[in-house]
Design a protein around this ligand. Structure first.
Ligand code: PLP
Length: 423
């Protein structure tokens, strides 16, 4: 049995458990849905109980077998956050989860927990703009350096990045991967990165592989099964799925999550109960939404590939046998997802004319919501990357990124068709 279908009682599929797992109605007047526990603090039954809860929370003694952390204060824990974490764990087959108030809070808290002054982060290129800023403008102030390897260069690129560091290769503490890469859908081999990480690990300081799985997860790619130590999500995207909430999550083993949770408690980067409740509501339809969007995206990608005003389409479902990217896709991905990017014939002016003509598809950044969204990476999400670097990554002035939603694909295609005609 696959890990992501791990049995919980008799029920084996996460989607069957999203409505109930981790919640006991009898603790809340029989309410079928978890109430929103809008409370900052929790009343202890006795002083002894308060003492005992703090002993566990602050690591003053080992937890007793099956003992759960008692409810103390909503920066440490809260029922909505805990139920959400229990449900998120099922998709990735993870032992532990921590949720955050944004994807960036998840990434920053994880980096701070894993890195020390002098350490190096190796990362795939391109990475999300906020991650790039953290790596090149904030972490250097704490003595942490970053070095990139092109996602499109595959495993050889990562090996070369280690070689180019020479003696400094011993300082690599984290390999941070975004796969598929935004916006070009380039794939990085997670298992190969995990193997390299093990080769470069020392007993006292392991090299951690962290995968930002926002684009395909938690349904179509499970990085922990391929040897990653931690999986990160911007839950703002597919997990939230309705473009109405900002949140993040990190998943992995208890050992990997323990220092991340401590950092979250002290930095105060956890999400609130209202956000957790919204995400639980979203998780009930996660599989429906992601399956529908993925199905629609195939129609849209096929339409674009055949259109005379479209020069190139980057879509995982179009990878061909014999392409090394196809081999990675076969091993690592369970579906092509719903992110497409494509180059129109022409340049920025033509791309803008097309974007301005869209009606049903909205011109906005972000992705993974129920509505289709289109944007221009070169001047929007990736505008802080130098133009030469953009071109080297495949971000041309004619490139448009499209997140396909759950609208009827005929309507999405009709809108794209009229916008391409207006170009
Ligand atoms: C959006 C995004 C983030 C940042 O998440 P926020 O929730 O906006 O903080 C990080 N990584 C990827 C791949 C993203 O798409």
């Amino acid at each position: 049995m696959k890990r992501h279908q791990r049995k919980v009682g008799r029920t084996t599929h996460p989607e069957s458990l999203m409505m109930s797992h981790g919640y006991d109605p009898q603790l809340s007047e029989g309410a079928i849905k978890s109430p929103i526990f809008m409370t900052s603090t929790f009343v202890f039954k006795t002083a002894e109980e308060g003492k005992s809860f703090f002993e566990v929370a602050y690591g003053l003694r080992e937890k007793r077998p099956r003992e759960k952390l008692g409810l103390i204060y909503s920066r440490l824990n809260n029922p909505d956050i805990e139920i959400l974490e229990d449900r998120l764990k099922l998709w990735d087959g993870a032992e532990a989860c921590a949720v955050f108030q944004s994807g960036m809070a998840a990434i920053a808290t994880t980096m701070l927990a894993m890195l020390r002054p002098g350490d190096i982060v190796l990362h795939s290129v391109p990475v999300y703009g906020g991650t790039d800023y953290l790596l090149y403008h904030i972490l250097p102030q704490w003595g942490v350096r970053a070095a990139g390897f092109k996602a499109s260069d595959g495993t050889a690129g990562l090996e070369r990045a280690f070689e180019e560091l020479g003696d400094d290769a011993a300082k690599v503490a984290v390999i941070h991967i975004e796969t598929p890469a935004n916006p070009t859908n380039g794939l990085v081999d997670i298992a190969a990165a995990a193997k390299l990480a093990r080769q470069h690990s020392r007993g006292d300081r392991p090299v951690r592989v962290v995968v930002d799985n926002t684009f395909l997860g938690p349904l179509w790619q499970h990085p922990l099964e391929h040897g990653a130590d931690a999986v990160i999500y911007s839950a703002t995207k597919f997990i939230g799925g309705h473009s109405d909430v900002i949140a993040g999550a990190v998943l992995g083993s208890d050992a990997v999550l323990e220092p991340i949770r401590t950092h979250r408690t002290i930095l105060g980067t956890m999400c609130g109960p209202w956000t957790a409740w919204l995400l639980m509501r979203s998780l009930e339809t996660l599989k429906l939404r992601m399956t529908s969007a993925m199905k629609n995206a195939r129609y849209v990608a096929d339409f674009l590939a055949d259109h005379p005003k479209v020069r190139k389409v980057h879509y995982l479902g179009h990878l061909q046998e014999g392409d090394p990217q196809y081999e990675i896709y076969q091993r690592q991905c369970l579906g092509p997802g719903s992110m497409i990017s494509f180059e129109v014939v022409g340049g920025e002016a033509e791309a803008f004319r097309m974007l301005n003509a869209l009606e049903l598809v909205k011109l906005a950044v972000s992705l993974g919501g129920t509505e289709s969204l289109a944007e221009h990476p070169g001047t929007m999400t990736h505008s802080d990357i130098a133009v030469e670097d953009q071109l080297a990554m495949g971000i041309t002035p004619a490139l448009i990124r499209l997140s396909v939603g759950v609208e009827h694909p005929e309507d999405t295609i009709a809108d794209l068709a009229q916008a391409l005609d207006a170009m």
